[in-house]
Design a protein around this ligand. Structure first.
Ligand code: FES
Length: 343
C-alpha cells in the first residue's frame, strides 16, 4: 500500500535563480555563476541538505527580463540583480546570502520595499538546525567538516540537470541564406553583430569578394574590432574570364576555412558566398558536408550564404531562408547600388 504519511520539506534558507536562457547574456555566463555558487556553498557547508540555511541555486531559463543580464533572483527576498559577473556574484553571495545585506548597487527590482522583505525562512518554519550553521567569512571554510557523500550526490544531481538542459536546448546551428533576392550577406552580418555584441568570438570568410575590397561591412568590422575577416577572392563576377584563378582561390580559401573551423576558436563563423563553390562543382558537396559533420564544433554556429544552395546542403542545415526579390531599384528605376545600403 502506498505510503500516505505527510512528506516533509527539505530545509533551505534562500534560493537563487540564474537565467541561462541566453538572451540577456550568454547561457554559459549563467552556468559559470551557478558553478561559482555551488563552489561557495561547498566551502561554506551551505550545500548540506539538513542545514536550514542551505542555499539552493537553480538555473531557471528565461526570467522574463531578457536584457542586461546575467539576471539573478534571490528568494524569498524577491530581489532581482542584473549585470552579475563573477565578482558581483561573489559579492552577492558574501553580503546578501551570508550576511543578509542585499547589494543595493546591483539591484534593479525588489519584490518587497526595503525593510519589508519576508522573514528569513528558517525562523518562519522554526526548524532546528541539525548541524552547526557555518555562517562566517569565506576564508574560514577549511575549518568546516565536509559531509562528502551527501555533497557529491547533490553535485552530481546538479551536473546531471545541467547536462540535460544543455542537450535539450543548445546547439551550434548551420544556417543557410540563399535565393535570388538581396540581403543574404546582410542577414548573416546581422547575426555576426548580435554575437559580437554578446562578446562571442566571430569570424567571416568571404570566398569570392576581392581580397582588397573595402566594403562598408569590412570597414565596420575594423572599427568594431575583434572580428576575424578573410577576403581572398579575386573579385569574381558572373562575367569573369579567368575562372581557373577564381576556382583555385576559392579552394584555397576553403582549406583556410577548414583550419579555422577545427581550431574551435569561433562561436559564429560566416562563410559568405560559399554556395557557389558547391553549385559550380569546385568542391564536392557530399565531401564538404561529411567533413562538417565530423569536424564542426558542436556549439559553433555556421552561417552560409549565396544563391543556388544545393539540396543536400539545405537538408543538412538547421535553418534555411530563401531571399526573394519583390522589387529592386535597378530593375524598376535603373538606380545603381548605393553605398551604405548594398556595399
Ligand atoms: S533571457 Fe535571461 S531573462 Fe530572459
Amino acid at each position: 500500500m502506498a505510503d500516505r504519511s505527510v512528506p516533509s520539506m527539505r530545509n533551505y534558507g534562500r534560493q537563487l535563480f540564474i537565467c541561462n536562457h541566453g538572451d540577456c547574456a550568454p547561457a554559459e555566463e549563467g552556468e559559470r555563476l551557478q558553478r561559482l555558487v555551488l563552489e561557495r556553498n561547498r566551502q561554506q557547508g551551505l550545500n548540506k541538505l539538513r542545514n536550514p540555511h542551505r542555499i539552493k541555486c537553480t538555473l531557471a531559463d528565461c526570467l522574463g527580463v531578457c536584457q542586461g543580464g546575467p539576471i539573478v533572483v534571490v528568494y524569498p527576498d524577491g530581489t532581482w540583480y542584473h549585470g552579475v559577473d563573477e565578482a558581483a556574484m561573489d559579492r552577492i553571495y558574501r553580503e546578501h546570502l551570508v550576511e543578509g545585506r542585499p547589494v543595493a548597487k546591483l539591484i534593479f527590482h525588489r519584490h518587497f520595499p526595503v525593510g519589508e522583505a519576508p522573514v528569513y525562512a528558517p525562523e518562519v518554519r522554526g526548524d532546528e538546525a541539525r548541524v552547526r550553521v557555518p555562517w562566517g567569512p569565506l576564508e574560514e571554510v577549511e575549518a568546516l567538516q565536509p559531509e562528502r557523500e551527501e555533497e557529491a550526490r547533490e553535485e552530481e544531481a546538479q551536473l546531471r540537470r545541467l547536462a540535460v538542459r544543455r542537450s535539450r536546448k543548445k546547439k551550434g546551428l548551420v544556417i543557410v541564406n540563399t535565393g535570388e533576392g538581396k540581403g543574404k550577406t546582410t542577414a548573416a552580418l546581422g547575426i555576426l553583430t548580435r554575437a559580437w555584441g554578446r562578446r562571442m568570438k566571430v569570424g567571416v570568410v568571404q570566398f569570392l569578394k576581392h581580397e582588397s575590397a573595402r566594403f562598408g561591412e569590412i570597414r565596420a568590422a575594423e572599427r568594431m574590432g575583434e572580428i576575424d575577416w578573410i577576403s581572398s577572392g579575386d573579385g569574381w563576377t558572373w562575367t569573369s574570364s579567368d575562372m581557373e584563378e577564381t576556382e583555385a582561390r576559392a579552394r584555397h580559401t576553403w582549406a583556410v576555412c577548414q583550419e579555422r573551423i577545427v581550431s574551435g576558436g569561433y562561436d559564429v563563423l560566416i562563410l559568405d558566398e560559399f554556395t557557389y563553390l558547391l553549385h559550380y562543382g569546385w568542391l564536392d558537396g557530399n565531401e564538404v558536408l561529411a567533413w562538417l559533420e565530423a569536424n564542426k564544433p558542436p556549439m559553433m554556429h555556421l552561417v552560409i550564404t549565396g544563391r543556388y544552395a544545393p539540396r543536400n546542403l539545405i537538408d543538412f542545415a538547421d535553418l534555411v531562408t530563401e531571399m526573394r526579390a519583390v522589387k529592386h531599384p535597378f530593375a524598376e528605376q535603373g538606380i545603381r547600388a548605393q553605398p551604405g545600403v548594398e556595399y
